[in-house]
Design a protein around this ligand. Structure first.
Ligand code: ADP
Ligand code: MG
Length: 348
């Protein structure tokens, strides 16, 4: 077993080719996830979070494809494996959990049967042993009366209990990595908190790496050890959760933080980031967030910022790094746009 990260993604680029041209949906995405660590991948809808998960697990739907970069699982390249080998990796070493638990469950079999079958498919154990392990797994994910509930069908469980069953299924093959894509989004807030706590517990106790994909900064704050904030197919800030939640640097990350739902559930008063994420086919020339950014200056319109290290953070924003912001307006590259106007229109 290696001492390096469980998952290592380097400079991942994903494109969709169409008759109208090539869309780059992921552009230079890099991150690591270690044993017992939850990496939270957060960003608005369309940022590229699910594509990142799909690319890692080899489930990009054509014409989407990885055009460059590397994905390593315990040091071994998995981004160019033949489909048959990739299927083995998916079943055995990487498990997926989706927003809707019913997509992972067969309505025609009891949950016990499904877990037993999955165990038998992956591990060299007897039926009897598979049954025993299935019940242990149901207990581990917090199903009360597991011996009895094992004989119930998916429709006999509530949404939160179903997601627990899906987590038990994901654990059957003792995976190194779990990719959970919006696992709590369909659940009531109180149930969300329980599933989040369960994911954290399983990650720590089993030493798994977890990629937690969500649009909800609140979920990230509760669950993740480290955070990667995505915008328009790129990571714009990463860092430990305390640093990122406590003192986000990127104006987009700050906007997401302001949008964490309050405990009293009054969503009306959420601060929203004005505007919308640009479509991939009309990304602005400079920073993709620039048109919505309250702090943009001339240079943001002409060059795309790369990630730079700032304390515990890595951040892709010209406010940080090389003092460009201090020279705002006199870098000679473009006329300074009106700071309070519609900045996106300042560049032809
Ligand atoms: N089949 C596809 N064809 C073309 N573009 C796609 C396709 N699937 C996804 N995309 C592009 O990738 C972007 C990111 O998608 P996705 O990863 O699903 O976002 P999210 O962060 O909401 O999970 C989408 O906004 C879209 O522009
Ligand atoms: Mg998604």
């Amino acid at each position: 077993m290696t001492s390096g990260p469980v998952l290592s993604v380097r400079d991942l680029k994903v494109e969709f080719a169409s008759r109208r041209g090539v869309l780059r949906a992921l552009d230079g995405v890099s991150f690591d996830i270690g044993r017992g660590e939850v990496l939270g991948l957060v960003g608005e809808s369309g940022a590229g979070k699910s594509l990142t998960g799909a690319a890692v697990i080899g489930l990009l739907e054509p014409p989407g494809r990885i055009v460059s970069g590397e994905v390593r699982l315990l040091g071994e390249r998995i981004d160019a494996l033949p489909e048959r080998q990739m299927r083995a990796v998916r079943g055995r070493r990487i498990a997926m959990v989706f927003q809707d638990p019913l997509t992972s469950l067969n309505p025609l079999y009891t949950v016990g049967q499904q877990i037993e079958q999955t165990i038998l498919a992956h591990l060299p154990v007897s039926r009897r042993e598979a049954r025993r392990r299935a019940i242990d797994l149901l207990k581990e994910v917090g199903i009360q009366g597991a011996e009895r509930r094992a004989d119930a069908y998916p429709h006999e469980f509530s949404g939160g209990m179903r997601q627990r069953v899906v987590l038990a299924l994901a654990l059957c093959a003792e995976p190194d990595l779990v990719i959970a894509d919006e696992p709590t989004t369909a659940l009531d807030v109180s149930v969300q908190a329980q599933i989040i706590a369960l994911i954290r517990k399983l990650c720590l106790e089993r030493g798994m790496a977890v990629m937690l994909i969500t649009h909800d900064m609140g979920v990230i704050a509760e669950t993740a050890d480290r955070v990667a904030v995505m915008y328009a197919g790129r990571i714009v800030e990463t860092g430990p959760v305390a640093a990122l939640v406590g003192a986000p640097l990127h104006p987009y990350a700050r906007g997401l933080m302001a949008a964490i739902p309050r405990l009293d559930g009054d969503r009306e008063r959420l601060a929203q980031i004005p505007g919308a994420m640009p479509r991939l086919q009309d990304l602005p020339r400079g920073c993709a967030f620039c048109p919505r950014c309250p702090e943009n200056f001339a240079h943001c319109h002409v060059e795309r910022p790369e990630l730079v290290t700032r304390g515990e953070h890595r951040v892709a924003c010209f406010l940080y790094g090389d003092g460009l912001a201090d020279r705002a307006g006199d870098d000679g590259a473009a006329p300074a746009p009106e700071m309070d106007g519609a900045p996106g229109e300042a560049v032809p």
